[in-house]
Ligand binder design. Structure first.
Ligand SMILES: [Fe+2]
Ligand SMILES: [Zn+2]
Length: 395
C-alpha cells in the first residue's frame, strides 16, 4: 500500500494511504519502534533502546518519503527509517489490518478444519513414522515435519503409523517435533495401569472426554500417546473436536456459552503427597482472544475444584445447566470419534482443542507418551508454513 500524504499533527504524524484510509501514529511510539542499528539489534530482533529515555513530547524535524520507506529526523537529530508495509500492518489508530491478516496468507494456510465424525472418520489425518524420522535430505525432512504439523493444527490430531513398538523410539518421535514438557509425572512417561501415580489416568476406570492440565496456568499444548501393549479388552480412545462443539453450543445454547466464557473454574492436581498444583488464576472453560475468537477449551470434570466464589448465586444453576447442555453435545455420536489405539500407531493431539477419553478396560495396558510445548509448536508451524519473513513482518 503506498502513501499519498504525510502530515505532522501535534505529537503525531498522520498518513493518508492510497486507498483513502488514514492512520495516526504517536511520535513516541514511532521513536520507540525505530529499527536502526543503534535502536534495534537485527540479528536477535530485539530492542536496544531504553524506552524510558524518550521525550514524551518528541518532535519531528523532517519527514521524507523514500520509495517504500519513510525517513524521520527527530528533534534530537536521530534518524529513523520505517517501511511503509510495516507501518500499515501495525496501524493502530485506527486498526487497519485485522489481527488474522497480519500474517500474510495465514488465514488460508492455517485454516482449522472443524469436524464432526462424518467429516473425518473415513479420512483420518495420518503420517508415516519413517517419512517423519528417516529422511536423509534436510528439505524433505522439513517438508515431512511441515505436513505433520499442519495436520495436527488443521484437524487437532494426527496418527503416526509404523512406529517401532518401544518407548525410546516414541520419545525420539516426540523430540523430532518439539520439546517435551517436564511435569510431576516426569518428562516422557511410560506406565502400566497400576496407579503408580495418584491420578485416574493410571487406573482402568472409564475416563470421560477432557483436556489435560486444567490445573496448570498454561495447559499442555500437545499430547502424544503410544499404546505399547494391551492384553485385555476395552480401553478405546475417543476424540472430540471441542471447537466444532463450541460452535454448535454457541448457536443452540447462547446463554450457556456465555457462562463458559465468563465463569472462572478452579482446578487442582493433588493426588501426589507432595503436590497440589493450581493455576494462579482460575480460568473460564472457553478462553477467547480479544476479538471473541475461541482459542482454548479447558475442560476436565475430574480436576475441577470446589467452586465457592460465585459473583451471583444464580450463576450456580446456570453453570450446571451449561454443563448439561455442553455434555449433550460432546458425548453425541455425531461428535465423538472412537478410535482403538494399537501398538505401532501413535496419536498426537492439540490439547487446547481436541478432547480425549478412554473407555474402561481389562487386562494389563502399557502406554507411553509426553506433553509437548505449544508455543514452540506454533512457532515451528508458522515458520514452516508461512516463511520467516512473513512472520517477522508481523512482530
Ligand atoms: Fe488425559
Ligand atoms: Zn534508531
Amino acid at each position: 500500500m503506498s502513501i499519498e500524504q504525510i502530515t505532522p499533527v501535534d505529537n503525531t504524524i498522520e498518513i493518508r494511504w492510497s486507498d483513502g484510509q488514514k492512520s495516526k501514529y504517536h511520535n513516541i511510539w514511532l521513536r520507540d519502534n525505530c529499527h536502526c542499528s543503534s535502536c534495534y539489534y537485527p540479528l536477535t530482533k530485539q530492542r536496544l533502546l531504553n524506552s524510558s529515555t524518550i521525550d514524551l513530547n518528541i518532535k519531528t524535524k523532517s519527514i521524507t518519503p523514500k520509495n517504500d520507506e519513510i525517513e524521520i529526523v527527530w528533534d534530537n537529530d536521530h534518524t529513523s527509517i520505517y517501511d511503509t508495509d510495516w507501518l500499515r500492518i501495525h496501524s493502530y489508530n485506527p486498526k487497519l489490518v485485522p489481527i488474522e491478516d497480519k500474517l500474510k496468507n495465514a488465514k488460508e494456510i492455517l485454516k482449522q478444519e472443524l469436524w464432526q465424525v462424518k467429516d473425518i472418520e473415513n479420512n483420518l489425518p495420518q503420517v508415516d513414522y519413517n517419512t517423519v524420522m528417516q529422511s536423509s535430505d534436510e528439505t524433505d525432512q522439513e517438508e515431512a515435519i511441515k505436513d505433520w504439523s499442519l495436520k495436527i493444527w488443521k484437524y487437532g490430531f494426527c496418527l503416526i503409523n509404523n512406529v517401532p513398538i518401544n518407548p525410546k523410539d516414541t520419545e525420539k518421535l516426540c523430540e523430532k517435533l518439539n520439546y517435551i514438557r517436564p511435569t510431576h509425572y516426569g518428562g516422557f512417561w511410560d506406565f502400566t495401569s497400576d496407579l503408580s501415580k495418584a491420578d485416574t489416568a493410571y487406573t482402568n476406570f472409564d475416563i470421560s472426554n477432557h483436556t489435560d492440565g486444567t490445573y496448570w496456568s498454561n495447559s499442555p499444548g500437545l499430547q502424544l500417546f503410544h499404546l505399547l501393549y494391551h492384553d485385555g479388552k476395552g480401553g478405546t480412545t475417543s476424540l472430540v473436536d471441542a471447537f466444532k462443539c463450541a460452535e454448535i453450543f454457541k448457536k443452540n445454547h447462547p446463554e450457556s456459552y456465555e457462562i463458559f466464557t465468563n465463569i472462572p473454574v478452579p482446578a487442582h492436581s493433588a493426588g501426589e503427597p507432595k503436590v497440589c498444583i493450581q493455576p494462579d488464576i482460575p480460568q473460564p472453560i472457553f478462553k477467547l482472544d480479544h476479538h471473541g475468537k475461541l482459542i482454548q477449551v479447558r475442560w476436565n470434570q475430574s480436576d475441577r475444584s470446589t467452586m465457592d466464589y460465585w459473583e451471583q448465586p444464580e450463576d450456580v444453576l446456570k453453570f450446571y445447566q451449561a454443563i448439561k447442555d455442553w455434555c449433550s453435545i460432546i458425548t453425541s455420536s455425531e461428535n465423538e470419534l472412537w478410535h482403538q489405539m494399537k501398538p505401532g500407531q501413535c496419536l498426537i493431539f492439540d490439547n487446547w482443542r481436541v478432547f480425549h477419553s478412554r473407555s474402561e478396560f481389562t487386562g494389563e495396558r502399557r502406554l507411553c507418551g509426553a506433553y509437548l510445548e505449544r508455543d514452540d509448536f506454533v512457532s515451528r508451524l508458522k515458520l514452516l508454513t508461512l516463511g520467516r519473513d512473513v512472520v517477522l513482518d508481523s512482530i
